[in-house]
Ligand binder design. Structure first.
Ligand code: WT7
Length: 647
């Protein structure tokens, strides 16, 4: 329903008011904003009581050691107990927790009672392996139930998990294992990708070779592939976990006990291990999953298409949904295996009612054609969500019309690995939405758009997004580098004590908030965060490369694509396509295929300022085929003629 149009710029568009029907049944109401406004900490205390506390908290927020927050610090809870045991105790053991779809077509339903047995067995095995609260465990697995069981078993024992996306290279996995000094890696023999088994254990073997901290590698059999075996170190899941006792009593841990580390890209080459703790994190993931997705336990079938290797998988496949007793779909494979109908078949099969995905995937579906979803009964869908990058209005409208039957509300959710949970989003049934806008901070969250001088901007203002009050699921630091934590997020607006998100944003004339994308050297490719310097470092590990500069250039499908400019070492021959293919492979090997440049140009020089800084802005102009911006600060403006010739 179109309720208003105003202004002339592209963001002054029609808004969609919630339908009376949706509002009448919605979990959230306008009173949430009022309650949070009136007493923010009281509001969060109430949200925290959604959880089971072994020891109730008396304190809400301790900000005396800012920017390291303590939330609910004197309370004790067990995160896994909250996600599993209490639902079984409440009589919902037979409810399906996970409808799992394997890529080759196998499937499995896991009830909450099954999940409790599985998590208990895994916890018993991890204990037998000598792991104790505070130890770190790396998880490098495809999307199978055992991955979720592994995370919950860690949570149950107070072990801090570090999930590494199974698309990352051995080099990337090793650096994460070393940084966290993980004692155990949980993995699989292989994974299914487009109908074929692909190796995983091999990559782990390469990664852990000589890794000082690693004691064991626990392996789930998934593809039944031949794998190398190191006796004494390697253990099969089906010979250990599957034979362990199904009884395990969860112990409480303090609210600030570290739950996980998740590595994400920053502006320098070395990924940051973002630390999240227990009570505040679970409070906010649970609260947002309930209200933003309007989730009804026992009725909805929820599907978040992310991978557990990213924060979206942690917060909106594992902790948020399971704490709310969701029944959810977990799908192992790619959206076009065996064909482009896969997601719609899955939605039809399980009658998915809430579908949360990325703008990149929506744009991919658009490219495949609307006939594909239109060949299916998608009437079970009642709410759609988007995350990871700005969603362009055209994709937003297509999503609502073609997938959402023209009626489903869309929640465009802005957040980050660092924020732990959704921060800015419409509330379905409450907020009128505009295609492409994340609209407003959620109740309990405070955000501002400010200029360089920390002046808060009003309607029509365009500047930097900051979070000016602490929130329960905020990161508590960077593993092993608290100085970097302070420097990265808190030094930009140190005087004001604001968290600098690294995103540009604006308010339109109606006060709706639009997130415009990163303002630092971080790229966003298909919703994956990749730093320019990480890719540059990978390129210069190739013996032919002297120097590299990388930029993110606009891409119709993936949001941004990676474009690299490299200078060869003296005496190295430019073999053209052959060398470019080698360089692309080098990046896949050093980081992951997701960081592979879309384009590489071999150029004689890079544009630099007099102080020696590479002018990425100008390279972006070249990559996007634009007229060059201001070149007056360049040492030698003529380099561009040579650069253009190199392309
Ligand atoms: C960056 C965080 C949040 C989980 C997935 C990504 C961008 C995220 C949106 C959105 C516009 C968005 C931002 C942010 N981003 N959601 N709804 N609209 N931009 O987590 O890898 O930590 O990346 O993703 O640039 O800073 P992440």
């Amino acid at each position: 329903m179109t309720t208003s149009t105003s202004g002339t710029d592209e963001t002054a568009v029609a808004s969609y008011a919630p339908s009376a029907e949706f509002s009448a049944q919605a979990n959230a109401g306008a009173e949430l904003y009022a309650a949070a406004e009136e007493d923010r900490l009281g509001f969060w205390a109430e949200q925290a009581r959604r959880l089971h506390w072994h020891t109730p908290f008396t304190e809400v927020l301790d900000w005396s050691d800012a920017p390291v927050a303590k939330w609910f610090a004197d309370g004790e809870l067990n995160v896994a107990y909250n996600c599993v045991d209490r639902h079984v105790i409440d009589g919902h053991g037979d409810q399906v927790a996970i409808h799992w779809e394997g890529e080759p077509g196998d499937s499995r339903d896991v009830t909450y009672a099954d999940l409790l047995a599985d998590v208990s067995q895994a916890a018993n095995t991890l204990t037998e392996l000598g792991l104790v609260s505070g130890d770190r465990v790396a998880i490098y697995m495809p999307m199978i139930p055992e991955a979720i069981v592994s995370m919950l078993a860690c949570a149950r024992l107070g072990l801090t998990h570090s999930v590494v996306f199974a698309g990352f290279s051995a080099t990337a996995l090793r650096s994460r294992i070393d940084d966290a000094e993980a004692k155990l890696v949980i993995t699989t023999d292989g994974q299914w990708r487009r109908g074929k088994p692909a190796p995983i254990k091999d990559t782990v073997d390469e990664a852990v070779d000589g890794a000082a901290s690693i004691q064991n590698v626990l392996v789930v059999k998934r593809t039944d592939s031949d794998v190398a075996w190191t006796d004494g170190r390697d253990l099969w899941w089906h010979e250990t976990v599957a034979k362990a006792s199904k009884e395990h009593e969860a112990q409480p841990f303090p609210a600030e006990h570290p739950l996980f580390i998740l590595y994400t890209s920053g502006t320098t080459g070395k990924p940051k291990g973002i630390i999240h703790t227990s009570g505040g994190y679970l409070t906010q993931t649970s609260y947002t999953h309930h209200n933003v997705f309007d989730h009804k336990a026992g009725k909805d079938v929820y599907w978040c298409t992310a991978d557990i290797g990213w924060v979206t998988g942690h917060s909106y496949i594992v902790y948020g949904p399971l704490s709310n007793r969701a029944t959810q779909v977990v799908y192992e494979g790619t959206p076009n295996s065996p064909d482009e109908h896969r997601h719609w078949n899955v939605i039809e099969k399980y009658k998915v009612s809430i579908y949360y995905t990325s703008p990149t995937l929506v744009r991919t579906f658009m490219k495949w054609g609307k006939e594909i979803p239109e060949a299916h009964d998608l009437t079970s869908i009642r709410l759609l969500g988007s995350v990871g990058e700005p969603i362009n209005p055209e994709a937003w409208r297509w999503f609502r019309d073609v997938v959402g039957g023209g009626t489903a509300p869309i929640v465009d959710t802005w957040w980050q690995t660092e924020t732990g949970a959704i921060m800015i989003s419409p509330l379905p049934g409450v907020t009128a939405t505009k295609p492409g806008s994340a609209m407003a901070p959620l109740p309990g969250i405070s955000a501002k758009i400010v200029d360089d001088d920390a002046k808060p901007l009003g309607n029509g203002g365009n500047g930097y997004l900051v979070l000016d009050e602490p929130w329960p699921s905020m990161l508590r630091g960077i593993w092993g580098d608290m100085d970097r934590y302070k420097d990265t997020y808190w030094s930009r607006y140190a005087e004001e004590g604001w968290y600098f998100a690294g995103d540009g944003a604006k308010y339109d004339d109606d006060g709706a908030l639009w997130v415009l994308g990163r303002v630092d050297d971080v790229m966003n490719v298909s919703g994956h965060r990749i730093s320019t310097s990480e890719v540059e470092s990978a390129l210069v590990t190739h013996h032919s490369v002297a120097e590299a500069a990388v930029v993110g250039a606009a891409d119709d499908t993936t949001g941004q694509g990676i474009v690299a400019f490299v200078i060869l070492r003296a005496g190295e021959e430019n073999t053209g396509d052959a060398l470019i293919a080698e360089l692309k492979a080098q990046v896949s090997k050093e980081i992951s295929p997701i960081a592979r440049p879309r384009e590489i140009s071999i150029v004689p020089e890079l544009p630099k300022t007099r102080s020696g800084k590479i002018m990425r802005r100008l390279l972006r102009d070249v990559a996007e085929g634009r007229e060059l911006g201001d070149v007056s600060t360049l040492v030698d403006p003529k380099v561009f003629e040579a650069i253009k010739k190199g392309r």
